[in-house]
Design a protein around this ligand. Structure first.
Ligand code: MN
Length: 293
C-alpha cells in the first residue's frame, strides 16, 4: 500500500520549481507517493518530474477537475471533445512522468450544476472516460472517478452511483482500468456512514483521498476515520491512500475558487503533512493488527 500526499499541501504553482519543492517535501514528510494536480500541464516537463520523483523514491499519480470548457458530460460536441483531448493530454503527461493513476472529477466539470444530469450527459461522460481508459490501458495508467459532494458534481455523489457507473464504463471501454475513487471529506457529506460504502465499492475501489471535514489537520474535524480505516482493512484494500488538504496559505487561483478554499486552516505544510503521514500509517497499522488475528 502506498501512502501519498497531494501537491497542494506544498504549492499552488505546478511548474518545474513548484514540483521540485513539492517532491522534496513530500519525501521528507515520510510519504511514498506524490499526487500532482494537473491544472497546468503545460508548465512542467514530465521527464523532469519523473527523474526527481525517482530520485526521491516517490511513486507518482495525478488528479484534476474538468472545467465548464472541458466538461466531457456536456451535450455540446465541441466541449465534450475539448474535455477528451484535455484528459488524453493528462494521460500522456502522467505516463511520461512515470505515473500510474489519473484521478479526480474527470467525468464532468468540477463545480455546482444547476440541474441534474440527464441520460445524454451520462452517455457522453461514459464515452469520454472509455476513450481515456483505453489510452490509459496502453500506457499502464488506471483511471479513478472521484466521488464528490453535490456542490462539485451532479453525477457521482455516492460510492454506489460510482460503482454502477464504473461497471458501465468498464463494459463500454472493454478494459478494467477504471476505478471508484473515494474521498473521506466528500463521504462525510453525502454517505450514510463511512464503513459500508467502502465495502460496497469492493474491488472497484482503486484510489482513496483522506481529508478532514474542513480539509485541515486530520483528527481535528468530524470525519469518522475509525470506521473508514476499519472498512479498508476489512476489504483488504491495497491501492494508494493519499492525504489531501487545502489552506488559503497555499493557493492555486483556479482550484481555490472551484473548491471554495477561503479559510486559512494551517500555515506550516511540513508539520501538517508529517502529522498526516503518522495519522494514516497509525490507523492502518491498528486495523492491520486486527485483520491478522
Ligand atoms: Mn479529493
Amino acid at each position: 500500500m502506498q501512502i501519498g500526499c497531494h501537491g497542494s499541501v506544498w504549492t499552488g504553482r505546478f511548474d518545474d520549481d513548484g514540483l521540485r519543492d513539492a517532491i522534496e517535501r513530500t519525501a521528507a514528510a515520510g510519504f511514498d507517493l506524490i499526487e500532482i494536480p494537473l491544472m497546468d500541464t503545460g508548465l512542467a516537463d514530465p521527464a523532469v518530474v519523473r527523474g526527481r520523483a525517482e530520485a526521491a523514491g516517490l511513486a507518482v499519480t495525478a488528479s484534476l477537475g474538468l472545467s465548464e470548457d472541458t466538461d466531457i458530460s456536456s451535450e455540446h460536441a465541441d466541449v465534450h471533445a475539448a474535455g477528451v483531448a484535455r484528459l488524453l493530454d493528462c494521460v500522456e503527461f502522467l505516463a511520461e512522468a512515470g505515473g500510474t493513476h489519473l484521478v479526480g472529477v474527470i467525468y464532468c466539470a468540477m463545480g455546482k450544476y444547476t440541474a441534474p444530469a440527464r441520460e445524454l450527459n451520462w452517455q457522453r461522460s461514459a464515452d469520454g472516460i472509455a476513450r481515456v481508459a483505453q489510452r490509459g490501458q496502453e500506457l499502464g495508467v488506471r483511471v479513478g472517478l472521484e466521488v464528490v459532494n453535490r456542490y462539485e458534481s451532479n453525477m457521482l455523489n455516492t460510492g454506489r452511483q460510482a460503482s454502477e457507473f464504473v461497471d458501465r464504463v468498464r463494459e463500454h471501454a472493454g478494459t478494467d482500468n477504471v476505478d471508484v475513487h473515494l474521498d473521506t471529506y466528500h463521504m462525510n457529506i453525502e454517505e450514510p456512514d463511512m464503513f459500508f460504502p467502502v465495502l460496497d465499492a469492493g474491488d472497484r475501489l482503486g484510489y482513496v483521498h483522506i481529508g478532514e471535514s474542513h480539509r485541515g489537520y486530520l483528527g481535528s474535524g468530524t470525519v469518522d476515520f475509525d470506521s473508514f480505516f476499519r472498512a479498508l482493512g476489512r476489504l483488504g484494500y491495497d491501492g494508494p491512500v493519499v492525504f489531501e488538504s487545502f489552506s488559503s496559505v497555499v493557493v492555486h487561483p483556479q482550484m481555490s475558487s472551484m473548491l471554495a478554499i477561503w479559510r486559512n486552516l494551517w500555515s506550516d505544510g511540513d508539520d501538517l503533512a508529517a502529522h498526516a503521514n503518522r495519522f494514516i500509517r497509525g490507523r492502518l497499522a491498528a486495523v492491520g493488527s486486527i485483520a491478522e488475528h
